[in-house]
Design a protein. Structure first.
Length: 118
């Protein structure tokens, strides 16, 4: 089962919205007027493929030696934090996937520097 199909499966089991978990990684599901939206690390996603790519990048960062930036157990509660919208048809602010994925400092520097410099 792919990560995208896991997200869709968990979403279908959460019809009124709420927090879903893939292992120790939480994401929030909500239904807004005519579509599903998912929130992961303060960024909203309107496509399960985009969300799965963000989670995969987050997990790859963990495997590369980064620290986990989510609660270590389901009982831990994160404090409120401002949310940023990725894309969508609700007039949301557009954000690229690159800016929504958070890597530990210095981990991806060499990859991104080539793309940012002329």
């Amino acid at each position: 089962m792919t990560l995208e199909s896991t997200i869709i499966d968990l979403t279908s089991k959460t019809p009124s919205g709420g927090t879903c978990w893939i292992g120790e990684v939480p994401f929030t599901v909500s239904y807004c007027s005519d579509c599903w939206e998912w929130e992961f690390q303060g960024v909203y996603y309107f496509d399960p493929l985009d969300l799965s790519e963000a989670i995969e990048a987050f997990l790859a960062g963990l495997r590369a030696g980064g620290r986990m930036a989510v609660p270590s157990s389901r009982e831990d509660k994160a404090g409120p934090r401002p949310s940023k919208r990725k894309t969508g048809h609700h007039g949301a602010q557009k954000r690229s996937l690159r800016s929504s994925v958070r890597f530990p400092a210095g981990r991806m520097g060499s990859v991104w520097k080539g793309a940012l410099r002329p």
